[in-house]
Design a protein around this ligand. Sequence first.
Ligand code: NAD
Length: 261
Amino acid sequence: MAMALKDKVVLITGGNSGIGEAVTRRFIQEGAKVSIIGRSIETLKKMKAEFGEEILINQGDVSKYEDNERAVQATVEQFGKLDVFVANAGVFDGFAKFADVAPDALSDAYDFLIDINVKGSFFGAKAALEELQKSNGNIIFTVSGASFYPDGGGVWYTASKHAQIGLMRQLAFELAPNIRVNAVAPGGTLTALSVIPPLRPFVKIVDNETKANSIKKRNPLQLAQLPEDHVAAYVLLASDAARAITGEVISSDGGLSVRGL
Ligand code: NAD
């Protein structure tokens, strides 16, 4: 089968672990050159050692506009253009209960999580915009089941993932007809998605087996989903085969919407 992303240039935030890493691997197999932004230099270097010329690594913080801008510039310098931006980096609230969190932790918790999940998505999209306009490219946001349903996290995470949907829809409207804007909504997935430090005193960190069992119980297909389970949705949205799709979310969640009562 022909490669779906041959000669495409893609920038992925958080492409050095979990869902972002799986998407990076698959996009490279599909013929793309991939540039990734991440915080951990060790995992970034590991990806560089594995993929060599096919990948560019950028250490940065998505909640800082200049780090997004620097990564876009470096990507275009290295690979000549930008076709796809994937806003994927994110952090979690560990299902912290609103009633349990002390008032003096509220401001830090809000800033920490919203800065990465929401501001990071705004900044990345803005930094990529000019190059995507030149290439008639597209944007994909990693949202979540928590973008639609309660109990995919606490209020911090759920509010942040709802906010990304608003950003995606309005951008799809404003940026048409040049740029398509879509999202993938994974359900609970076995990754090391980290709980933000200000909320750690208020949550129970669970081991992977407990997490796998709880994820399985929540979706009708009873899948303890892995990052690789979601990559096909990203390939479709990123590719020219999806030229008529914008403002859409592909849920990749084992059927959360058909759970019933
Ligand atoms: P992960 O921790 O493996 O990946 C997140 C990546 O984002 C990491 O590489 C992390 O270092 C990076 N990151 C976090 N803050 C950053 C910052 N300020 N600057 C740059 N990079 C930063 O976890 P994951 O589960 O693969 O998460 C990826 C996305 O998937 C997130 O947006 C998350 O909300 C979403 N998601 C995860 C699940 C799940 O159950 N794991 C479910 C639905 C949606």
